[in-house]
Design a binder for this molecule. Structure first.
Ligand SMILES: Cc1ncc(COP(=O)(O)O)c(C=O)c1O
Length: 385
């Protein structure tokens, strides 16, 4: 019998169906989804606009190489123009976040002819070899032959000192504005700005990875815009297609030109993916997704702090918008299991000690109570209150 090679441990739950912020098991039990497939269903499972647009595309045209023209290409590009940072006038599509990171790195290597990359300790950029090279955790990197020429900056470093890591042989600096897998750690904006300036001074490409933080999750369509980082390349994935597997890199002109004719893939700019992106962007813009994430995120944080603020087992409650982390003084595994099995809430871990919550933007007040109360009960059960 053919078996599935898993990367993530099996969670012991069959998901039979899903709608917006909820999933159901085959027995009809309802769960609140703050896992959202690692953040991909941020616009809600089966978001009706995305489903309707993709369904129409399935019936019309499923395959069209970018060697040819099809109208959904124009539709997706003009949709993305509504949210792409103004100074980034090119986009390259992929199917996963790692592929998009890989694309941005290749463009930087091609443009500069240099090899060295500066990345943050605690970062996560994906599991293909290029993206893995700039992913911090040895747990992911070992035993693979990654690119070795990477300088690691501590996210807690003094900004001036950090800028010194960017040298004349640096091809790219890559950052996540909030370390996601690394533990939901917002990175000091001054450090990000110092790295940005150093990259500009030394002719290195500044890449911001918003695969997890972007498309409204952190209360802004792009955190890098709110922080005025002006990346040379902005990487997006996860929620970009409303759950459909698609990623993108937005690039400045000279970076895109260094890549043209040198990189691509069979499913890049696939019509179904483009249809999903077009519908997802219309949801993001027309339903004020970022603003809703900001408001609901601060409600969720306030409620979690109210209930868990004094808990012995809780080290901190932090986050931006609907990217929230509850750092514990120990392994989050039993708490995540309790949430799933007893409270019917799906969450995920980050780093070694953080319960990560990535709910969809349609989360309501009742869900916030459900989540916070469930977490409070699970922590009490773990003897931690
Ligand atoms: C910041 C960041 N970059 C890149 C990736 C890789 O994306 P994917 O798993 O779609 O390859 C992730 C995935 O969690 C991520 O959080």
């Amino acid at each position: 019998m053919l078996r599935l090679v898993r990367y993530f441990g099996y969670r012991g739950l069959t998901v039979a169906r899903a709608y917006m912020q909820y999933v159901w098991d085959p027995q009809g039990r309802k769960y609140l989804d703050a896992h959202t497939g690692h953040g991909a269903a941020f616009l809600g499972h089966q978001n009706p606009r995305v489903v309707e647009r993709v369904r129409r595309q399935v019936e019309e045209l499923m395959v069209c190489s970018p060697s040819f023209h099809c109208s959904v290409q124009d539709e997706a590009l003009s949709a993305l123009e509504r949210i792409a940072p103004r100074h980034l006038s090119w986009v390259s599509f992929g199917s996963s976040g790692a592929e998009a990171v890989e694309t941005a790195l290749k463009a930087a290597w091609a443009l500069t002819g240099r090899r060295r990359v500066v990345a943050l300790r605690g970062s996560f950029h994906g599991r293909t070899l290029g993206a893995l090279s700039v992913t911090w955790s040895p747990r992911h990197r070992r035993p693979f032959p990654v690119v070795e020429d990477v300088a690691w900056v501590d996210p807690g470093a003094d900004p001036g000192e950090a800028a010194g890591y960017v040298t004349a042989d640096t091809a790219a600096v890559i950052v996540e504005p909030v370390l996601g897998e690394g533990g939901v750690v917002p990175v000091n904006p001054e450090l990000l700005k110092a790295l940005r300036e150093a990259a500009e001074e030394r002719g290195a490409v500044f890449i911001v990875d918003e695969v997890q933080t972007g498309v409204g999750r952190c209360g802004e369509v792009w955190l890098s815009e709110a922080l005025r980082l002006r990346p040379d390349a902005l990487v997006a994935g996860k929620a970009l297609g409303g759950g459909f597997p698609v990623s993108a890199v937005f690039m400045v002109d000279e970076l895109a030109r260094s890549l043209e004719g040198r990189h691509g893939s069979t499913f890049s700019a696939n019509p179904l993916a483009l249809a999903a992106v077009s519908a997802a962007v219309s949801v993001v813009v027309e339903d004020s997704v970022a603003e809703k994430a900001r408001v609901k995120g601060s409600r969720l944080l306030a409620e979690l702090r109210r209930r868990l603020g004094g808990a012995r087992y809780v080290r901190s409650v932090r986050g931006l918008g609907l990217m929230v982390g509850v750092e514990l003084r120990g392994d989050p595994g039993p708490v995540i299991r309790c949430l799933q099995e007893r409270e019917r809430v799906l969450a995920l871990r980050a780093g070694v000690s953080v319960v990560r919550l990535l709910p969809p933007y349609v989360l309501d007040e009742h869900d916030i109570e459900w989540l916070a109360e469930g977490l409070e009960r699970c922590l009490a059960g773990a003897g931690g209150l």
